[in-house]
Ligand binder design. Structure first.
Ligand code: FPP
Length: 256
């Protein structure tokens, strides 16, 4: 996993060895439920089972960080009972799986705005992060009350506050400095961003961090997702030629 979002040199050997950061927009819960004549919330509940299968599968597929989009800053526009179900599902997931994840060496991180979340949800997030903070085998990063624009805005505000306090100079700001203020700063940028359900949009996910990510869109509804679909997405990623704005090694030789 490269260390910054900018162009960098990754040899073919490194590329094959490195543990990937895979980020997933888990889309299609509502359609999955509708196809079965069920309420949407049952699609979200089935989505939690897909998440469990995918987390399990990722650990044996050379993935070091898995980021999932659980709740966006725009999802508050959904009906109140659906918002409440999504909150409860996060809580129930942490309560049922935290000990197992902790014992398996998984570090849980939650990115996104804490303001706006109720005290019980904020507490469950803090507990999951505290319990697993020393784990290094695998990172599960849950984007919850997260929006890429909100994250960039919050980072800009943090930097501006430093300038106001006289701790930084605006002219010193670089991309490498700025990205340290993002909530995603502790993980490398995603190598691969997957969106399920056939939709082909980024929907305010990891806007800064996606600069050099490979995008894979899969025609599977999230509740049907699991290790095999993840393996297919990674296989597609492996066929891509990542150039980070440069040129392919073969073309350098030809040009030289
Ligand atoms: C998009 O499907 C999915 C979401 C907005 C929420 C994703 C949530 C889960 C998978 C539940 C578990 C999450 C956590 C973090 C415990 P959609 O409802 O927009 O589907 P549609 O486009 O078919 O309507």
């Amino acid at each position: 996993m490269p260390a910054t979002t900018g162009p960098r040199n990754v040899s073919d050997a490194d590329a094959a060895d490195q543990r990937l950061h895979v980020a997933i927009i888990m889309d299609g819960n509502g359609r999955w439920a509708k196809q079965r004549g069920m309420p949407r919330v049952l699609g979200h509940r089935a989505g939690v089972n897909a998440l469990k299968r995918t987390v399990e599968g990722a650990q044996s597929q050379n993935v070091g960080v898995l980021t999932v989009f659980g709740f966006s800053t725009e999802n508050w526009r959904r009906p109140a009972h659906e918002v409440s179900e999504l909150m409860n599902l996060l809580k129930a997931y942490v309560e049922s799986d935290l000990e197992r994840l902790a014992k398996a060496g998984v570090r849980v991180r939650v990115i996104g705005r804490r303001t706006g979340l109720s005290a019980d949800i904020a507490e469950v997030i803090d507990r999951a992060e505290r319990r697993t903070r020393d784990n290094t085998a695998f990172t599960l990063q849950v984007a919850f009350n997260y929006g890429g624009q909100a994250d960039i805005t919050d980072a800009a505000r943090t930097f501006a506050e430093r300038v106001e306090r006289g701790e930084a100079k605006a002219s010193d700001l670089t991309e490498a400095m700025f990205e340290r203020f993002l909530s995603t700063a502790s993980a490398p940028p995603p190598d691969l961003i997957v969106r399920t359900s056939g939709e082909q949009r980024i929907s305010n996910f990891l806007l800064w961090d996606c600069a050099y990510a490979e995008l894979v869109f899969q025609d599977v509804l999230w509740p049907d997702y699991g290790p095999e679909a993840l393996a297919a997405a990674i296989a597609e990623y492996r066929r891509r030629d990542r150039r980070y704005g440069g040129v392919a090694a073969d073309d350098v030789a030809v040009a030289g």
